[in-house]
Design a protein around this ligand. Sequence first.
Ligand code: NAD
Ligand code: MG
Length: 404
Amino acid sequence: MKKIAVLGATGSIGASALAVIARHPDRFRASVLAAHRKVDELVALCARFRPDLAVIADAALETALRDQLAAAGLPTRAAAGMQALNQAASGELCDTVVGAIVGAAGLESTLAAARAGKRLLLANKESVVMAGALLLDAVRAGGGELIPVDSEHNAIFQCLPHPPRAVDVERLPGGRPDLVEAGVRRILLTASGGPFRGQGRADLAAVTPAQACAHPKWNMGRKISVDSATLMNKGLEVIEAHWLFGATPAQIEVVVHPQSLVHSLVEYADGSVLAQLGNPDMRTALAHALAWPRRIEAGVAALDLVQSGALQFEAPDRDTFRCLDLAYRALAAGGTAPTVLNAANEVAVAAFLKGSLPFLAIAELIEATLDAISAEPVGGIEHLIHVDLTARRMAQRKMRQGFC
Ligand code: NAD
Ligand code: MG
């Protein structure tokens, strides 16, 4: 019986993880559930899954959580604050951690789980983007495993050679020659193209948050939905693939595939291209990561290739969706540049969702922030947290100054 901590239990990935856990009560138990502020939803999940511990990240809500758990007659213990979250991720109550918090807020708990040698099922791509090298060091030091949950990276993981092994931190980041030795020529990351695929800049000047969040294929949280609409999601995923698989930027290519059935591909030296296909449903990646190296039922409908019809592939429109190249630029600059990119993107997306920044200005704000802060070698986690904060302040200041 595996004891699972679901960090970000009230979110979209959290729901997919809990759906798979619920299907397999003989294998998995949700022993820790954590959320940001939604006490009611967290308590409802506790009533259903009966974890040992519930953590609310906003420390001001500790009493509310404790009172509601008691009122519901639940035995679940309550804890609050980031410290409690990190302790839950690294403590004895779990052996597996689903990292499903959105944004930089997930960094510390992800690192804590890695250092503690947990099996880390990582959806929180922002922590890889911000701190890829430190995260891999932490996984190595902790002696645990990192299994990607992001659907593309989970697909690549499934298509890479040398199974059955988790993302092999021993090979990274000096592992690039190993990719070549293994005969891997390229990693092909698929992108749906988002809700605005095929549109030009003029069409996008006045798009609303509701339009940006109406993803044609995936039902996701609002931040990643906007990232999908700008193609920053794919940019973050390029950086994620660099760290997780030791691929150079030149070895990673983005291909738009609007049907979202091919989740990514690996091309080999002999011309073979292996792909992982499936319906666009995150329960597949979560079931794969939870049970790996075994295979279990995920509750996902069988893929009907005849029904799904033609599969299309096209090049991304890099002039309209400039965020993709900004991510490649940050990856090439290295050091702290991806942390700056991520921080500026989080500020820009939050402002867009509030209605205070136009869609096309998201890329401009990120670019202006990257221009203003030069990349430095990464010192350590404190350094990265400082850079993250500096970049957020810079992006806020640029926004106030009307940078564009
Ligand atoms: P979501 O907005 O639906 O859920 C986010 C979760 O994070 C919530 O449970 C929320 O309570 C928690 N959270 C937010 N801020 C927090 C904080 N400061 N402290 C603690 N918890 C906090 O987001 P999502 O769509 O589930 O995405 C989660 C992560 O998974 C993101 O990094 C996203 O990029 C990645 N991801 C999501 C999908 C998807 O299909 N939704 C696919 C691939 C990767
Ligand atoms: Mg993805």
